[in-house]
Design a protein around this ligand. Structure first.
Ligand code: GUN
Ligand code: FE
Length: 410
């Protein structure tokens, strides 16, 4: 089962998906003659679906995932997140905490990630190495932050640390991404340096945008010259013009901000569960799609509570229904195929041709054994898939392939 377009899923019962050198050749109901002599494997009655891209996740926050949800963004960061991230100054702590995150990610539907580390160079390299060893493809960012945070989580030489870290990144599949935490935590000087690095290197960049009203007011005070929050990034050259850029949330983005994101090709990482948990609001995902923005889904751990992209799909659909009901009845809810597309092709496109089984796409695939939830049996593969995703039980993922390489799930 895979996306043919944003609106259309296709399924090929008893079909063949063909992979050569990590790239998909297509899906066939009969094996074409040219592949008859190729090695074949039979997955019986399992579903085979594309792998998913988690476009926004904070790996160090996995240790506080699932509690401390009583505050909104700024107070939540200060009370729970900054003290936790400060612990990653210890490489031992980073090693054991990241091991738990990576283990659970291996057993999740995720094949590609765009992850935040912390501001610590050694700890972030440890996260990259663990993801590399587990077989993932992705981007990891050493977080840049030098203001409005406790002293032990505030850089005095942010640019130097960033350049040092970049020199030490040499992993084949896990690449660096520039990661200014968000405008409130980054001085003009640091943002200027990051903008210059992106202009030189065209490295990708990830950050946060228009998540919470208190945060947005704060940005207005910090950058009175900016027309809107996204314009503050744009003035430093860090809003898509110098390299692929992901902005998480965009819950309160207005028409001007959305227009600029479209012009600059900025990705939205839509993190619906996080937006519920931090009382941030409901992101206007239909508006993003109507405006032609690039949109993927993120778990946003630890404001999201699970590494499971099944959950991100489900919450995105629920959020879009509430947006339609409570905010704007002209913005129809996401259909299941649309939300599935966002989790696979939407986020996958950040990596190129990734997220479906059309010929030429990199072969990222999941084998799904839904026996544990198959009672009574829906026979239509798309109904089975929908139930798998709403059921949100990662134990159904029994095999995973990334760029054609089989990932060990032991
Ligand atoms: N904005 C700045 N930092 C964070 C973070 O860690 N989580 C979320 N949800 N928003 C942020
Ligand atoms: Fe985040």
């Amino acid at each position: 089962v895979y996306s043919k377009s944003k609106e259309e899923l296709v399924s090929v019962p008893e079909g063949y998906v063909v992979c050569a050198d990590g790239v998909c050749r297509g899906v066939f109901s009969q094996l074409p003659p040219e592949y008859q002599s190729w090695e074949t494997e039979d997955r019986g009655d399992c579903l085979i679906i594309p792998g998913m891209t988690d476009l926004h996740v904070h790996a160090p926050q996995y240790t506080v995932c699932g509690y401390a949800m009583d505050l909104e963004l700024m107070a939540w960061l200060e009370a729970y997140i900054f003290p936790e991230e400060a612990r990653y100054a210890s490489l031992d702590y980073a090693r054991s905490s990241y091991a738990a995150f990576v283990h659970d990610l291996v057993h999740s539907p995720t094949t590609r990630v765009c992850a935040f580390g912390t501001l610590h160079v050694e700890g972030t390299l440890e996260l990259m190495e663990q993801l590399e060893r587990a077989g993932f493809v992705g981007y990891v960012g050493k977080v840049s932050m030098d203001r409005n945070a406790p002293e032990n989580l505030s850089e005095t030489e942010g640019e130097k640390n960033l350049r040092e870290w970049l020199k030490l990144c040499s992993f084949p599949h896990i690449k660096p991404i520039l990661t200014p935490r968000f405008i409130p935590a980054c001085s003009d000087e640091l943002m200027t340096a990051i903008g210059a690095i992106q202009a030189d290197t065209h490295l990708p960049l990830q950050s946060h945008l228009s998540e919470n009203p208190i945060e947005i007011d704060f940005v207005r005070q910090l950058c009175p010259q900016a027309d809107f929050y996204g314009d503050a990034y744009d003035r430093f050259g860090t809003f898509g013009t110098n390299g692929s850029t992901i902005m998480a949330h965009c819950v309160h983005s207005g028409p001007e901000e959305i227009r600029r994101m479209k012009e600059n090709g900025v990705y939205v990482a839509h993190c619906a569960e996080s937006n519920f948990n931090l009382s941030s609001g409901i992101a206007p995902v239909r508006r993003f799609l109507e405006a032609g923005l690039k949109v993927g889904l993120g778990t946003d751990i630890g404001a999201g509570t699970s590494v499971s992209m099944f959950r991100s799909i489900k919450e995105a659909i629920i959020a879009s229904k509430m947006y339609w009901r409570l905010m704007d009845s002209s913005k129809k809810a996401l259909s299941f195929p649309e939300a599935f597309y966002l989790a696979t092709v939407g986020g996958g496109s950040f990596f190129g041709k990734v997220g479906t089984f059309e010929p030429g796409y990199e072969f990222d695939a999941l084998v799904i054994d839904d026996k544990i939830i198959r009672q009574p049996v829906p026979t239509d593969p798309q109904n089975r898939l929908e139930r798998v995703i709403y059921g949100d039980d990662c134990r159904v993922v029994i095999e995973k392939y990334i760029q054609g390489r089989r990932i060990g799930l032991s």
